[in-house]
Design a protein. Structure first.
Length: 279
């Protein structure tokens, strides 16, 4: 197995939204905000090569929407989606599978691009099979007033109608060494990749635990649809991780790529910080 981590881009989000009911006086100590109360977050992706598959986990925002769509995101930095792949020796045609943790725009937007000439849309990875949970796809197509800005139809319908969409119904191994956990607190059908690599277990926590600052059980985003489910799902994954010495990889932490965990008198907290390249 080969595995790579790269940051597609950085963007900004409201600190209060990122930390929900936690007072700014507390969260800003560990994740500082700017003068507009915005925090900078990353948008990491993993590439996994296993058993003849080249799997890309999440595709970032993409660039097909207009300036108005991105006006509050302040996207900057990072390697870009295609640039990050190229730096690791991959072309879009090399990707055999695109694994989408969920269909919020910052996680799936790069899966679809405008056609050459500007008429309609096409898949960014033409030879890939795209994987999403059936629950999440149904939820995204139905849409709702709470999340409607997160599910632009031009991100969803081209995938649905492509004939290259695998809808996942259950947890378990999807590829050799690459398994799936399904959660419902952040949004129904969020998928968490769990990867066995070099005799270690890597958990790509996605939007369940977006940064290392979100490890405490009640430190959660206000974007979560059902916060009590998020807490329960986090608790289970964190307990397993601390008991089995798993490595957590954070998709949105600007500074910290990965860490192990430790048990303290206040509960599970970040332990040893790790560079992904050292795993």
């Amino acid at each position: 197995m080969k595995i790579h981590l790269f940051n597609i881009a950085n963007f900004k989000a409201d600190g209060g939204a990122m930390f929900g009911v936690i007072p700014k006086a507390l969260w800003s100590r560990v994740y500082p905000a700017d003068e507009m109360n915005l925090v900078t977050i990353s948008l990491r992706s993993i590439i996994v090569e296993t058993a003849g598959h080249v799997i890309l986990v999440d595709t970032g925002w993409g660039d097909k929407q207009d300036e108005k769509f991105f006006r509050h995101s302040f996207i900057h930095g990072g390697e870009g989606l295609i640039g990050g792949l190229a730096a690791r020796g991959y072309k879009p045609e090399d990707i055999t599978d695109v694994f989408l943790t969920h269909l919020h725009a910052d996680h799936c937007g790069g899966s679809v691009k405008k056609r050459s000439g500007g008429n309609g849309f096409q898949l960014t990875f033409p030879g890939a099979l795209y994987h999403v949970s059936r629950v999440q796809l149904d939820w995204a197509l139905k849409n709702n007033i709470r999340e409607e800005d997160a599910y632009p139809i031009e991100n969803i319908l081209p995938l649905k109608d492509s004939g290259k969409l695998n809808q996942i119904d259950a947890e378990g191994e999807l590829f050799p060494g690459f398994s799936v956990r399904i959660c419902h607190g952040h949004t129904p059908g969020l998928m968490i990749p769990v990867i066995r690599y070099n005799d270690q277990t890597i958990v790509f926590t996605g939007d369940l635990i977006p940064t290392s600052a979100h490890i405490p059980l009640i430190w959660n985003m206000s974007y979560d649809i059902e916060s009590l489910k998020t807490i329960s799902e986090k608790e289970k994954i964190l307990k397993e991780a601390v008991e089995n010495n798993h490595i957590l990889v954070f998709q949105h932490d600007e500074k910290i790529e990965c860490c192990k965990l430790r048990m303290t008198e206040k509960g599970i907290r970040p332990g040893e910080k790790i560079l992904f390249s050292n795993i």
